[in-house]
Design a protein around this ligand. Structure first.
Ligand SMILES: [Fe+2]
Ligand SMILES: [Fe+2]
Length: 294
């Protein structure tokens, strides 16, 4: 039964182009510097986190016999590979802006994932991967639901990068779950992986955006701190009920319906929408993505 619904026929590896402007700023959303740096800090982790997930899934691949699941794992690896390469390009632009704390932050995150890969058990690494993916699915839903509020005033290319990434996180929502179920499946490990990945990534992301906001000179201002806390309350109000759902023993990501905006994104790409790397920020509230006019 599970085999017949496993594997999303839409899942595909996409080559994207995000035309960042010459004048790209770290506050790529000038109306939301705190959100800009939350995204920047998360982006800095991707070239270390995603290769770690890929390596874990490569090891898992050797233990899998199901042909459909093998195909899904290959597509998952393909998508994650394009994600971290795209983030590398964006991160390079961020580094060029001269933040002194960026290399140190990258080194910390790199060391974390090297240590996990080297000294943690395979069970831990698969549970971390599934925990991360389950959390990424909730973040994807939150970002898409709140897209107009979060991105409206943002740079089109950076916003489109983030939204594309999470459109694909939603798309491959079942891959690591199916691997975890096939190779282990223990509830305790699934929840441990979720909590560990969440706490680890959130703590590192906070460290990253805090350092950049300190360099910007606004971390200690009440105005920025208030904006940050209001934003975090808004984000967690949307994430928490979705995270609670993952805690249920019967959780299965294929029972999480895909948002209509994401379905429209997939259709647009399939039908030749090659301008999805530059969405029209003024039309984010519309039910389907609208690429910026050429
Ligand atoms: Fe990804
Ligand atoms: Fe992912």
């Amino acid at each position: 039964m599970a085999d017949s619904i496993r594997g999303d026929p839409r899942m595909t590896v996409r080559r994207m182009r995000f035309p960042y402007p010459e004048s790209l700023k770290a506050w790529w959303n000038p109306a939301r510097p705190e959100f800009s740096h939350i995204v920047n800090a998360a982006s800095l982790a991707m070239p270390y986190l995603e290769p770690y997930l890929i390596e874990t899934m490569r090891q898992a691949r050797a233990k899998i016999v199901d042909a459909q699941l093998l195909k899904d794992v290959d597509l998952y690896i393909g998508q994650e590979s394009t994600h971290f390469r795209q983030h590398q390009q964006f991160n390079k632009r961020l580094a060029d802006l001269g933040y002194r704390t960026v290399p140190a932050h990258e080194a910390t995150v790199k060391a974390d994932y090297e240590a996990f890969a080297r000294s943690r058990s395979f069970t831990f690494n698969v549970a971390y991967a599934e925990g991360f993916e389950a959390m990424a699915l909730t973040i994807g839903h939150m970002l898409v639901e709140d897209r107009a509020f979060l991105f409206r005033d943002g740079d089109a290319a950076v916003s489109s990068l983030v939204l594309w990434h999470f459109v694909e996180e939603i798309e491959h929502k079942c891959a690591t779950y199916d691997v975890f179920k096939a190779l282990d499946g223990r509830y305790v490990w699934r929840i441990y992986g979720l909590l560990y990945a969440m706490i680890h990534i959130m703590a590192r992301t906070r460290q990253g955006y805090r350092a950049m906001l300190i360099e910007d000179g606004i971390w200690f201002t009440w105005r920025s701190r208030l904006a940050l806390y209001r934003l975090l309350v808004r984000i967690f109000a949307k994430l928490t009920p979705r995270l609670m759902r993952i805690l249920k023993p019967s959780y299965d990501p294929r029972e999480v319906p895909d948002p209509p905006w994401v379905l429209a994104w997939w259709r647009l790409y399939r039908d030749g929408g090659d301008r999805l790397g530059e969405l029209d920020m003024g039309k984010l509230a519309e039910p389907a993505p609208v690429p910026r006019a050429a």
